[in-house]
Design a protein around this ligand. Sequence first.
Ligand SMILES: *[C@@H]1O[C@H](CO)[C@@H](O)[C@H](O)[C@H]1NC(C)=O
Ligand SMILES: *[C@@H]1O[C@H](CO)[C@@H](O)[C@H](O)[C@H]1NC(C)=O
Ligand SMILES: *[C@@H]1O[C@H](CO)[C@@H](O)[C@H](O)[C@H]1NC(C)=O
Length: 182
Amino acid sequence: MRLYIIFLIFLIFLSSIILLVLPEKSSFESEYQGKVLLTSDGFGYFVSFIDDEVKIKEFFDNLTQELAKAIPVSPERITTNRRYEIETDTSCILSIDIERTNNKTERKSSLIVSDLDTLIKNKLTTVIGSGEYTNYLDAEYGYQIIPSWIKENWKNNNTFTIYSCANAIERLVVIIWYDSAR
Ligand SMILES: *[C@@H]1O[C@H](CO)[C@@H](O)[C@H](O)[C@H]1NC(C)=O
Ligand SMILES: *[C@@H]1O[C@H](CO)[C@@H](O)[C@H](O)[C@H]1NC(C)=O
Ligand SMILES: *[C@@H]1O[C@H](CO)[C@@H](O)[C@H](O)[C@H]1NC(C)=O
């Protein structure tokens, strides 16, 4: 009987571990939307063609290509909807996204998120600082995920897997508990 209780506690422990670990693992194919901040130099360059849609597109393309090279990942993993938001009169936020892949040898999107953030934050010592466009990114700001998007996705895409897994363990616990009580 005491053995069953120890086993029960172990299973509850196991299910909480699974609940903690699973969201990380299941982000394998997820897509992230994030943002970077332009330095005042970058902002100065960016506003010089702010009314020219072709140049804006070029700028975003050049920046995302350099970012992909810096990580490095294939260029189609780093994309942008070319949205920007002028923050103050010296800086501007740009939208940069990370695409999912079916190629198992490619880097996971969740790792690209942390790679980008680390590379930008350490741009003085990384390739980011020597890139023509990536050098325009603010080191303190790094790469920031847009949180509401994550929450939405997590809710819609992953919770079901997590809960069905935890439920299966709980059902097992109940069965064992029931057997031990007989
Ligand atoms: C983007 O890069 C291309 C090729 O290097 C260059 O010709 C173009 O001027 C760049 N665009 C901007 C907006 O800097
Ligand atoms: C998968 O990614 C690796 C590394 O980037 C690349 O060398 C390989 O060609 C890719 N395979 C396919 C099928 O795209
Ligand atoms: C959920 O996952 C699917 C497929 O992986 C994806 O197309 C979709 O954008 C994700 N997000 C939401 C909110 O459904």
